[in-house]
Design a protein around this ligand. Sequence first.
Ligand code: C2E
Ligand code: MG
Ligand code: MG
Ligand code: MG
Length: 288
Amino acid sequence: RAKADGRGAYHFFERAMDEQLQARRALELDLRRALQAGEFELFYQPLYHLGDERVTGCEALLRWRHPERGMVSPADFIPLAEEIGLIVQLGEWVLRRACAEAANWPEHVRLAVNLSPAQFRDRGLVRTVVSALAASGLPAQRLELEITESVLLQDSQANMTMLHDLKALGVRISMDDFGTGYSSLSYLRSFPFDKIKIDQTFVRDILHDSDAMAIIKAVLDLGASMGVVTTAEGVETQAQLDALRQQGCAEIQGYFISRPAPASEIAKMLGVEGRADLGAPSVLSPIG
Ligand code: C2E
Ligand code: MG
Ligand code: MG
Ligand code: MG
């Protein structure tokens, strides 16, 4: 019995593998098509300064407006885009588009853009950033590039050189998802980051897990003594905001302030488009 089943299982496994490969191949073609068809779009999520009590930045977050599947989240396509190298082209589009849109925002509002490790394998990355800034007129000081520690993990010498070149342009470098990797602390020593973004998993538990709170406190202290800005990601409630403010956190990001929103809504919120619209419900309405 076992033998017969084993054979059946083998064929089943083979067919499942085949289907998986085909689905992957289909998604790959669909991704390439989507880039040509202009189906990608950027949403932006505000970064809110607790001291200044205003939005001091917005993070660009990629969305795929698929004709049949609707809005597809980056978690569902960025890993494959990285694997097939399409992230280089896609990432360049993101940079150019985001810089062009952010150039219309008030001067005190920075733009944050995520960079994937695969984009560092493209030796043209620094040139792409220079060109996106030049084409848009966005000053380098208003651009923040968010990387995760995997950028420092792989091919670290070449990547480190590129990071220093980017920093020399005046661009800021943020460490994203801080605390989720294997050795986040050692990476803080290896590069002069301008900002640390505390991962949302810590913020989520801040009120009921004293360890999460202790870690956040420690990271805020660390940031303060290193002269690095610390941002808390994933703030969803007033109580979380209050706790973070009490610990001296300068900047927060999360659904409580605003969900990621289309560029036009963000422009309205920042008061740079259709001033008559300022009386309309703000995407910042949860505040106050
Ligand atoms: P990330 O850079 O850490 O971005 C923050 C993610 O947390 C976003 O998910 C955002 O929508 C979500 N978020 C923000 N506030 C809250 C909150 O209060 N609660 C919860 N539960 N979630 C919140 P999103 O937009 O799905 O993006 C996921 C990840 O995909 C990003 O994580 C980033 O690593 C990657 N990504 C997004 N856009 C790009 C891009 O243009 N290029 C690259 N290379 N990666 C991108
Ligand atoms: Mg990010
Ligand atoms: Mg993050
Ligand atoms: Mg993340």
